[in-house]
Design a protein around this ligand. Structure first.
Ligand code: LLP
Length: 437
């Protein structure tokens, strides 16, 4: 079984992460528990910055906070010299609370309400990525009212289909995101952005999808976008200085998911960008990327306690754990498949039986449809790997479950970065009208 980052197995046969025994973590902090491997997060940031700066003159790597964002994670990204991509008032607020420099923050969203646009202008975010013609008008007007100028990129839908789950494909023409390249609205947006007052257009953005496992779609998107940049120069005399190619690099959920390495992605995109620019005699723009999953995904592990083991003779064995849909909705939403092991018996060989891991919700919340484990028993600690991205970020309080705690581990030290929600937290927003008293 391929382990991630600093994961290992100690003399007691327990899974360790960041030098911490995960069985002890489960005892100390309770389960379910998200464990984040600090070294791996930092190493991924450094590899992105190093690999892309080795092939291109100007590069910005903006961590996509939607994958996992708390104030501690934002701080870590700042320390690593990353920029930050936010996609809501909540993500922006979290980043600012962490003291993240606003000029290195970008704001995304296909429908940003006027209040959010005002918040972005007031706090001085570096770039607002405009998603529609309406937003260009709104932003220009709001910026004028505030006596500010908005620094923008325009999001383009480049018409590239990435090979990934249909729900996380976003770059194709038939999408709610961005201004279509083929239908001419991206061109119209460029004209408007250059014409409307209180807007400074710096360049263009495209994001083609997520959990992408080859470099082809990235290369095609790069070429299509450079063509568009050159067309806009030829038509309007505007030579974009920034090209943002979004995020999307996949991770190893299953043993046979083999994503390109960060270095391979850098080579592929760097070459595609330089070649496409040379072909159109266009000066190589600053490249911006917005990786989320590939920075934090493999760095996250969720620890659960095994509760009920139900054998149905001749049918299957259900192994229920103390979390599920509320802390990881991805199996139900996207048929995502995770790898897992028993953290307290990490050296034991699995039996030949494939068991099903189920959550504890009033719902058929299968977490892992079929997995070989060393005969799980109540009290075992199940470690599900690769849960750093879009787990805590997409967690809910369904069935009034409280969101799990999250610890950051490194060098044998574990620090809470998200406190487990309490039962009191669950009723904190509830209000009792007078007439029900
Ligand atoms: N930039 C933009 C504009 C995005 O929309 C996204 C992801 C990213 C960057 C980061 O993409 P990444 O590097 O993480 O693939 N909830 C889904 C994933 C949705 C991704 C949405 N946008 C999941 O759990 O698979």
């Amino acid at each position: 079984m391929t382990l991630f980052g600093t994961q290992g197995i100690n003399a007691a046969g327990h899974l360790t992460i960041g030098g911490c025994d995960t069985v002890e973590l489960a005892e100390r902090f309770g389960t379910p528990l998200y464990v984040v491997d600090e070294w791996l997060v930092r190493d991924n940031c450094r590899r992105y910055l190093g690999a892309f700066r080795a092939v291109l003159p100007e590069v910005e790597i903006a961590y996509a906070g939607k994958a996992l964002l708390t104030t501690a994670i934002a701080r870590l990204m700042d320390q690593e010299g990353m920029a930050l991509d936010t996609a809501s008032a909540g993500e922006l607020y979290t980043a600012l609370q962490a003291g993240f420099p606003p000029e290195r923050i970008k704001l995304h969203g296909n429908f940003k309400k006027p209040d959010l646009l005002r918040m972005a202008l007031e706090t001085g975010v570096g770039r607002i990525v405009v998603d529609s013609l309406e937003e260009l008008h709104d932003l220009s007007q709001i910026a004028a009212e505030m006596g500010r100028t908005a620094d923008i990129l325009i999001r383009v839908a480049p018409g590239i289909k990435a090979h990934t789950h249909h729900a996380i494909q976003t770059g194709q023409e038939d999408t709610k995101f961005g201004l279509g390249l083929r239908c001419g609205s991206a061109r119209e947006g460029t004209r408007l952005a250059l014409e409307l007052p209180n807007l400074t257009l710096h360049g263009f953005h495209a994001h083609i999808g997520s959990q992408i496992l080859d470099t082809d779609a990235f290369k095609h998107a790069t070429a299509a976008m450079v063509d568009f940049l050159a067309d806009m120069r030829d038509e309007f005399g505007f030579a974009a200085r920034q090209l943002d190619l979004g995020g999307g690099l996949g991770i190893r959920y299953q043993e046979d998911d083999i994503p390109p390495t960060i270095e391979e992605l850098a080579q592929a995109v760097g070459t595609a960008l330089k070649d496409a620019c040379a072909a159109r005699d266009f000066p190589v723009p600053e490249l911006i990327l917005e990786p989320g999953r590939s920075i934090v995904g493999e760095a996250g592990t969720t620890l659960y306690t095994v509760g009920v083991v139900k054998h149905i003779p001749g049918v299957r064995t259900y192994v229920s754990v103390d979390g599920g849909l509320s802390d990881n909705p991805r199996p139900v939403m996207y048929d995502a498949v995770y790898r897992a092991l028993l953290a307290n018996r990490a050296n034991e060989a699995p039996t030949h039986e494939l068991v099903r891991i189920s959550g504890a919700h009033c719902e058929t919340d299968t977490l892992i449809p079929e997995i070989a484990l060393p005969e799980p028993a109540p009290g075992d600690i199940l470690a599900v790997l690769g849960t750093g991205a879009y787990n805590h970020a997409m967690a809910s309080n369904y069935n009034r479950f409280s969101r799990p705690a999250m610890v950051l581990v490194a060098d044998g030290q574990a620090d809470l970065i998200y406190a487990r929600e309490s039962l009191a937290d669950l009723v904190r927003q509830d209000l009792m009208p007078e007439r029900l008293a």
